[in-house]
Design a protein. Sequence first.
Length: 400
Amino acid sequence: MGTVAARPARIPGLDPLRAVAAWLVLLSHVAFWTGAGAHGTVGGLAVRGELGVAVFFALSAFLLSAPFVRRALGGSARWSVGRYLVRRAARILPAYLLALAGVLAVAAYLGGAAASVLDAPTVLVHLVIGQGWTGRTFQSFTQTWSLTTEVTFYLLLPVLALAVAPLVRSAEPRVAARRLLLLCAGVAVAGLAVQSLSALVPDPQWSGALTTSAAGHAAWFAVGVAVTVLVEAERLGVRVSAQPLLTVLRTSPGTLVVLALVVWLIASTPVAGPRGIEPSSAAESLVAELLYGVVAGCLLLAAVSPGVTEAIAASPLAGAARWLGDISYAVFLWHVLVLQVVFAALDLRLFAAPFAPVLLLVTVVSVGLGHLSWILLESPVLDRAHRDAAAPEPQPAPRA
């Protein structure tokens, strides 16, 4: 038998962040389905839980860009295309396909509106995770548009890292770090521009596809890469900036969390667009994208702040935090299906259902399904994907 490679070292602060991101997305869907999102401050905060997607995107960029950033700053990193693709597929596909099977089974059982798109083309599009481009998806799988964007990012990241390598390379790590941060800022600005302009596209399908694309959300990915630059520079003892504000933020996770909450509150107002299905204007799309990115950046910086890792690792709740992080992806995949089944089983009316009881029920059931998915499927598959036996020698990551 081959030996099982240890999975990459975890940053304990990221586990509760994953759980928070998944629950925020769940919160937003419950608020929308029950109609609570249209009323009051709490409803506004709940429906803006969609910003959890920004947190997920920033997290992906933070973790996956690390080897490229490390090499750009003069460090070393083990990386190979084969392992990268196998491990990304192992992380995404098994749980996704299981959840998709559940969605198809429930749609066939319920019939009516739930089965209105139960046809071969739609199923095939979902099998290749292309629903983010077509906009045609199942009522209980609408949240998976973000997986199309995630997979696009996975495929583009190594290519872009190789392409920008000459632009950031320097014998001085501090210079390379600053160039990387400047590049992240440029990508973020371009992404914000795409997000704004997408609202002006007359064709709804193309507008929606552009809005949810990797280009449309480039700012959120850029936030994650920028945090990676800061963290990797610190590990190498490189001081990127002499500005005291950066030092304060890097050592004050509580301040960052409070700032994230304040920005979330601002985003809950009409300044970030309507709370329902009404289309947002270009200005509203820009504001929402910017505010969500700020929240994601603050929470990610807080999660990787010095001292947070040690505090969580030493806490008696460390095991629970790790478990919540482990099941977060499955909770994300299953919660809208659970919501659909709850509405059907309890004969609830769309936009006129009790918010708190539905939120509690959907959370509990989704967590239970997430636990089963992790124990029975995801964890065994990931262990197998990280085996060292017969694996080719990793190649150095392109300098980026």
